[in-house]
Design a protein around this ligand. Structure first.
Ligand SMILES: [Zn+2]
Ligand SMILES: [Zn+2]
Length: 351
């Protein structure tokens, strides 16, 4: 089987081949039908996240071992099951929840693998779906996609669950506008799910006019240029005094400034994006204005099940998806890095 791996941080993914593994125990072997290219793959390939002020968080320090096959947004067809894998059979088409923990700690036992301190996530700490085949350790991480096209369902595994979980932290979704910063793949997914969850209206902020247009077409009530010096004031004016909820899908110093500064008393700034940077804030206004700064990262297995149920009931969010053959993965990542992708690029190894 072919697999595209990070072998040296900062270099293009390398094509390696190995015999197709056979599933043991509770493992399930998928033939990869679709593997989404996610912005965080760029950080994984680089080997670090920017913490701002010249500081970096090294992924090697967090347990990433090389070489590793990237790809954490995967849909596949079951081609073999281990002797202890129950409730799954050859031919089933499943989305793989890649956020897999140790399986024994307290968060893992609650189905909150994403809070595990010893994660073995697919495409991060163990081999992912930029490959012909993918091993998933247990059927509990597999979700039926029904009749959904694999390439459109795949992004639910990361951008879908990430934005769904962030939106669930917003109590005022149905009564007040929600501010969404960033209209890339994550932003359009967030906008789509916002509407499916009954979201009242969305104000979308992006620095790129092409992405603002895409957000407008995807149903944003208003779009704002994130580079405008009065971006926060525009949000405050549009929300009658400030935003109750800002979901920041960029997570840069600049986006954090815009998001945090546009909050109303009692407002929530939810940070999701991992672009990198820092934010300096005065402390007294946090208690005096009862502000919340909250991180949101991935989601639980229960939330993934809810998301799949929402999508089966109401349809997929309308995120533009372009497919590319597996061999074009490095070109797709370069395009993403250059900010040239609207929506999502999904690799299709089986086609
Ligand atoms: Zn991702
Ligand atoms: Zn655990």
């Amino acid at each position: 089987m072919r697999m595209f791996q990070v072998c040296v941080c900062g270099e293009p993914l390398q094509l390696n081949e190995q015999p197709t593994p056979q599933p043991a125990g509770t493992e399930v072997l998928l033939k990869v039908l679709a593997a989404g290219v996610c912005h965080s793959d760029l950080h994984l390939a680089d080997g670090y996240f920017d913490l701002g002020g010249g500081k970096r968080m090294s992924l090697a320090d967090r347990g990433m071992k090389l070489p590793v096959t990237l790809g954490h947004e995967n849909v596949g067809e079951v081609v073999a099951v281990g002797p202890d894998a129950k409730g799954i059979k050859v031919g089933d088409r499943r989305l793989a929840d890649p956020w897999i923990g140790c399986g024994t700690c307290a968060p893992c036992r609650r189905g909150e693998d994403f809070l595990c301190r010893a994660m073995r996530s697919l495409g991060v700490f163990s081999n992912g779906g930029y490959a012909d085949y993918l091993i998933v350790p247990h059927p509990r991480y597999l979700f039926d996609i029904g009749d959904l096209p694999p390439e459109r369902a795949a992004p639910l595994a990361c951008s879908g669950i990430t934005t769904y979980s962030a939106l669930k932290k917003v109590a005022t979704l149905k009564s007040e506008p929600t501010v969404i910063i960033g209209a890339g793949g994550l932003g359009l997914m967030c906008l789509g799910l916002h509407r499916k969850l009954g979201g009242h209206s969305a104000i979308v902020v992006d620095i790129d006019p092409v992405k603002r247009d895409a957000a407008k077409q995807a149903g944003a009530a208003v779009v704002i240029d994130g580079t405008a010096s009065d971006a926060s004031q525009q949000i405050i004016d549009l929300t009658n005094g400030g935003a109750w909820a800002v979901i920041d899908l960029v997570g840069s110093s600049a986006s954090a400034r815009v998001g945090y500064d546009s909050l109303i008393k009692g407002g929530k700034y939810i940070i999701v994006g991992l672009y990198g940077g820092d934010l300096t804030v005065s402390l007294p206004p946090i208690p005096m204005r009862a502000l919340t700064i909250q991180g949101s990262y991935l989601g639980s297995l229960a939330e993934m099940a809810e998301l799949m149920e929402l999508v089966r009931r109401t349809g997929l969010p309308d995120v533009p998806v372009a497919t590319r053959p597996l061999k074009d993965v490095n070109a797709a990542m370069d395009q993403l890095r250059a900010g040239k992708i609207v929506g999502r690029v999904v690799l299709t190894p089986a086609s």
